[in-house]
Ligand binder design. Structure first.
Ligand code: LLP
Length: 418
C-alpha cells in the first residue's frame, strides 16, 4: 500500500486503523463513513511542534480542513491554536475549548458581525486582506471601545507550483494585499488608535510539494519586516500560513523538519506562526464506501459506490487522486478489472477515481485514503443526500463524533406555504 502510515496497516488482508479493522467500523456505522485516527492527528501536530524545538512559535490549525469538534478538542488539548475564516469556525473553536487568544482570523470577506464577534473574544490576531477591511475593522473596534490586533495578509507574488484552484499567493489571486503596497498600509494602520499591529501574514497556496517557493516567501516577508522595523513599526510575529502538501499518489513533499528548518531562517526576534490544515489531518482520515453495483459496458468498467462527490469533491473539483484500498480480501465473485469509481449523484463529474485495478463485486468495501482534510469539510447535501457519520478511532475504541444525518433532518428549517 503506497499511502499507509503507521496508523493504517494491513493484517491478514484486512485494513486496520490503529487497532480496529475498518470492516468492523463499516459494520457498526454503515457506509459511507469518515474514519479518523486520533494517534495520527496527534503525531502530525507533535511533529510540527517538536521540529520547532526551542524556537518561539505558534501552530494555528486551519479549521477549514476539518472542523469536527472532537478533532478540535484533541488539538486544543495538545496546545494548538486555530486559524478560522468565518463566524461559524469561531463558534466551533470556542465550543471546543479555545479562547480568543488562541485564534487568528483569516479570510478575504469578513462581515461586520464576524469582526464584532471576533473582537469580543479578545482574538489573538485578525489577518486583514484589504484597505477597505482595515477601515471597517477600525470602525468596529471604535464602536466596541477596544483595539484590534492585526497583521496584513501580504501577497508575496510567488508561484507555489500547485493546482491553480488552490494557489493563493500570485498577484492574480483575490487574496492578500500586494507586497508592493504593504508598507503604505502598515503606515496607515500604525496611525490608527484602534489598531494594534502584531505581525505580517501570508499564505501562498495549498498542497505545496517544493521548498523553493516557501524559502522565497520567507525571504520576501523577512525583507518587508526589516523595512517596516526601519520605519519604527515593530512586529511580534511572522505568519507563513499553511500549505505543506501530503503524499496522495507519488508526491514527495518536504518533511515537517525540512519545512520548519526553512521557516527558521526568520530572525529569532520574530515568533513564527503557521496555519497548517491538510498536513495535520489529511493522512489521519479515510472515507469508507461500499460498491452498490458493477456496470460493465463495452468501453468502461464502472463501480457504482455509495459515496459520491457529495462526500469527497476533490477528484471532481481538482482532478485529485485518492488511493483506493479494499477493506478485506476480495470475495469469490470478484471481477478483476480497471474500474472507474463513481457515485450515485446525477452529474458526470461525480467520480471518486478513474482506472483503478481492483477485484470488485457488489458489496465490496473500499477506503478512499487521505480523506481527513477537505473531505467532510467540503461535503454537501446535493441530491438530498444526508452527510455521513464521522468516527474517531483511539486505539481499540471507535467513537462516533458526528452522527449520520437523516432524511427528515435535511428538511428541518424549511417551511411550506400556509
Ligand atoms: N491559511 C490560509 C489563509 C488558507 O487559505 C489555508 C487554505 C490554510 C491556512 C490551510 O492550508 P493547508 O495547510 O490545508 O494547505 N479545498 C482544497 C484546499 C483549499 C485550501 C484553502 N486555504 C483541497 O481540497 O485541496
Amino acid at each position: 500500500m503506497s499511502s499507509t502510515t503507521a496508523n493504517f496497516r494491513r493484517v491478514d488482508g484486512h485494513l486496520l486503523i490503529e487497532q480496529v479493522p475498518l470492516t468492523a467500523i463499516a459494520a457498526r456505522f454503515g457506509t459511507p463513513c469518515y474514519v479518523y485516527s486520533r494517534a495520527q492527528l496527534v503525531r502530525n501536530w507533535q511533529a510540527y511542534d517538536s521540529a520547532f524545538g526551542a524556537r518561539a512559535h505558534r501552530i494555528h490549525y486551519a479549521v477549514k480542513a476539518n472542523g469536527n469538534l472532537a478533532l478540535l478538542q484533541v488539538l486544543h488539548q495538545l496546545g494548538s491554536g486555530f486559524d478560522i475564516v468565518s463566524g461559524g469556525e469561531l463558534a466551533r473553536t470556542l465550543a471546543a475549548g479555545a479562547v480568543g487568544a488562541d485564534l487568528v482570523f483569516s479570510g478575504v470577506g469578513k462581515s461586520r458581525a464576524e469582526l464584532i464577534a471576533a473582537l469580543q473574544t479578545g482574538i489573538g490576531c485578525i489577518n486583514i486582506e484589504s484597505a477597505a477591511e482595515l477601515d471597517r475593522l477600525a470602525d468596529v473596534a471604535k464602536q466596541l471601545s477596544c483595539r484590534a490586533p492585526v497583521a496584513f495578509r501580504v501577497n508575496p507574488d510567488v508561484d507555489p507550483k500547485t493546482h491553480p484552484y488552490i494557489s493563493t499567493g500570485l498577484e492574480q489571486n483575490k487574496f492578500g494585499v500586494p507586497i508592493s503596497e504593504a508598507s503604505t498600509l502598515y503606515r496607515a494602520a500604525a496611525a490608527l488608535p484602534q489598531i494594534e499591529i502584531k505581525g505580517i501574514a501570508c499564505h501562498i497556496g495549498s498542497q505545496l510539494t517544493e521548498l523553493a517557493p516557501i524559502a522565497d516567501t520567507v525571504h520576501r516577508i523577512v525583507d518587508l519586516a526589516l523595512r517596516l522595523e526601519a520605519e519604527g513599526i515593530s512586529l511580534a510575529h511572522l505568519d507563513l500560513g499553511g500549505g505543506l502538501g501530503i503524499r496522495y499518489q507519488d508526491e514527495n513533499p518536504p518533511s515537517f523538519a525540512a519545512y520548519v528548518d526553512t521557516l527558521c531562517r526568520i530572525p529569532e526576534r520574530f515568533e513564527i506562526h503557521i496555519e497548517p490544515g491538510r498536513s495535520i489531518v489529511g493522512d489521519a482520515g479515510v472515507l469508507l464506501t461500499t460498491v452498490e453495483y458493477l456496470k460493465l459496458t463495452a468501453t468502461r468498467h464502472f463501480a457504482i459506490c455509495d459515496a459520491a462527490m457529495t462526500e469527497l469533491i476533490r477528484p471532481a473539483l481538482y482532478e485529485a487522486w485518492h488511493d483506493v484500498e479494499p477493506l478485506a480480501p476480495a470475495g469469490g465473485a470478484a471481477v478483476l478489472a480497471s474500474y472507474d469509481l463513481v457515485g450515485p449523484v446525477c452529474e458526470s463529474a461525480d467520480f471518486l477515481a478513474h482506472g483503478r485495478q481492483l477485484a470488485l463485486q457488489s458489496g465490496s468495501q473500499l477506503a478512499l485514503m487521505n480523506a481527513g482534510a477537505y473531505g467532510f469539510a467540503m461535503a454537501s447535501n446535493y441530491n438530498a443526500r444526508p452527510r455521513p457519520p464521522e468516527v474517531l478511532v483511539d486505539g481499540e475504541n471507535a467513537h462516533e463524533i458526528r452522527a449520520r444525518e437523516t432524511w427528515a433532518g435535511l428538511m428541518v428549517g424549511e417551511r411550506m406555504l400556509g
